[in-house]
Ligand binder design. Structure first.
Ligand SMILES: Nc1ncnc2c1ncn2[C@@H]1O[C@H](COP(=O)(O)OP(=O)(O)OP(=O)(O)O)[C@@H](O)[C@H]1O
Length: 256
């Protein structure tokens, strides 16, 4: 059984089918890339899996369980985490606070317990803090835990955002253009971190325009064109597919 199954997915905005009858699946342990020209439907597909985009038709299953009617926070609780195309960190909060925000999908303490400062709540807060420190350790940033996130470079901020998504202990981590806008010299640590996360057992799905990164990192690539399935295969298969070359690789991506 696949970890994630997308079947006959359709998402329409008025008359435009941004995703049009798409089926694909993601196996446990994969790093799966999703590529396609601008407007191909990649972000819409991501949003649908994360629950921020309503489906017009089709189904999405996580470990065989239909999730399309669940809210985003419920999907996060089941193990789906994501980052966004635009950086979503809080510059005025410290690094550790930014990561701790990501731990909360798994937190059990209710509002009243937190308000009353019950011992169970304080214990949980400590556990969350320890988990957040461990994530910062993965970035080698533990010694800067209390610095404001606004002090980080753009590449470091991207890493912090990934660490926060990871703090929820997800089964699937979805990364929307993780190196977009990151200077070339800062890209390698992001790629290293994605490999490390995957080596720890987290399945990764990523959208990225940087073809060198996608080809070097992913074990399977899904190619979309105009919301439709164009091809799927290993990087080698995709690079040799004449339809893909015609539709995508032959063109210079607009913001690679
Ligand atoms: N909320 C929306 N309302 C109307 N149209 C939308 C909406 N979101 C996306 N679209 C349209 O759906 C299509 C797919 O957009 P989407 O952002 O998913 O593409 P993409 O492959 O992620 O593109 P890019 O590589 O440029 O980020 C585009 O034609 C886009 O204009």
């Amino acid at each position: 059984m696949a970890l994630l199954d997308v079947e006959n997915l359709r998402i329409s905005f008025g008359g435009l089918h941004a995703v049009d009858g798409l089926s694909t699946s993601v196996r446990q342990g994969q790093i799966k890339g999703i590529i396609g020209p601008n407007g191909a439907g990649k972000t819409t597909l991501f949003n649908a899996i994360a629950g921020i985009q309503k489906l017009s038709a089709g189904s999405i299953r996580l470990e065989g369980r239909p999730i399309e009617s669940l809210q985003p926070w419920q999907r996060a609780g089941l193990g789906i985490a994501r980052t966004f195309q635009n950086l979503q960190i809080f510059p005025e909060l410290s690094l550790i606070e930014n990561v701790m925000i990501g731990c909360h999908p798994k937190a059990r303490a209710g509002f009243c317990g937190a308000l009353l400062g019950l011992p169970g709540v304080r214990r949980e807060e400590r556990t969350i803090e320890e988990r957040a420190y461990a994530q910062l350790g993965l970035l080698g940033m533990q010694d800067r835990a209390l610095s404001p996130a606004g002090d980080l470079s753009f590449g470091e901020s991207k890493l912090l955002e990934i660490a926060r998504a990871l703090a929820a202990d997800p089964k699937i981590l979805m990364l929307d253009e993780p190196i977009a806008g990151v200077p070339a010299a800062e890209q390698a640590p992001v790629v290293r971190m994605i490999r490390e996360i995957n080596a720890r057992g987290v399945t990764v799905i990523l959208v990225e325009h940087n073809m060198r990164m996608v080809m070097g990192l992913c074990d399977e690539i899904l190619v979309l064109r105009s919301g439709r399935f164009l091809a799927q295969g290993t990087p080698r298969e995709i690079a040799a597919d004449p339809e893909v070359i015609g539709a995508y690789l032959g063109e210079e991506p607009a913001h690679a």
